[in-house]
Write a protein that binds this ligand. Sequence first.
Ligand code: SF4
Ligand code: SF4
Length: 369
Amino acid sequence: MSSVLIRPAVYDIQAIRAIVSEMLSPEAVPALTTGSRVLLKPNFLQPAAPDKALTTHPLILRAVAEIALDSGAHVQISDSPAIGSFARLLKKGGYAEALQGLDVTLRPFEETIPVDVGEPFGTIDVARDAMEADVVINLAKLKTHAQMTLTLGVKNLFGCIVGLEKPKWHMRAGVDRHLFGRLIVSIFEAIRPAYTIVDGILAMEGQGPGKSGTPRALGLLFGGKNGHAVDQVICRYVGLAPEALETQRNAMELSVYDGQAEVDGDFAGINDFQFPEMGSLTMGPEFLGRFMRRFVIQRPTVDPRICKLCGECWQYCPADAITHADSSISFNTDTCIRCYCCLEVCPHAAIRAKTPLVGGIIEWMRSKR
Ligand code: SF4
Ligand code: SF4
């Protein structure tokens, strides 16, 4: 049985430090010792102020870095942001200021090494820094995700796939949520962080994980040695059946998690958390495929009044499914794999996932059966 700590918290360095000290106790993370190389892996999705709830809050990084430094470890903080420069992210996200005076290395993941993550993926390139650290501490954000329902502790390590390899893997596995969940679990297991902390003080609900999501104050930090257990407890807290999360289903199918999580802390749960609008990715029989893609299954749509034609979405789209003209962008619904990377990277929250009218009517009819 894996223990998961839930602690009420606010963004105050002393308060967070007290909680994180309890979480990262020598019993929980014995490898956090003098000379050990510690990697902190936050969610650095894109440059954004902390009150947008897109990224792990800087004070959590500060508190964990202080504790690791106090133990005599060498501390590195790295991620591979989907968009924007690492320097801009550090400034806009408040990290440069929050981490001032600490002897930590801040750098984006760049080098990779081949890692065999098992069938059906085989060998994939993973950030060298994540594979070679003595201790990885996973510092995730509690957010909704239009493709995977939620992005929590386990999915955070998908960020150890570097740069444009990320959309490529979205392309290969992203059309099938279950397969994509398996890829995420396989990467998590290859890295095996010593501890996972999920920032749910200011979480995100609605159409996350990018700027279309809505910040939601939950006032909680979750932590545990087993990231799958942490995710399971969060699912239960926000009112989602854990087996509805593909990373949970895959972890149990792969027998890397027994589904047994024990809560240490106050567990009331909430029943009004807003999940993203999700649509089926299944394309149906071959002859119906095009019709389904165009008129039935959920797809990305743009609000041209908000779009600034900045180019982030079409440069990132792994399927080259976005074209742009002088005044607007458009999606090729036949080639779009519904990975929602565009929704994630749009810096202006101009893209949403929407179910077309016919699909909406079908869903409504099914709900009435
Ligand atoms: S939809 Fe968003 S990312 Fe794409 S061009 Fe418009 S503003 Fe940029
Ligand atoms: S258009 Fe958006 S959802 Fe479709 S493949 Fe491209 S990035 Fe993914």
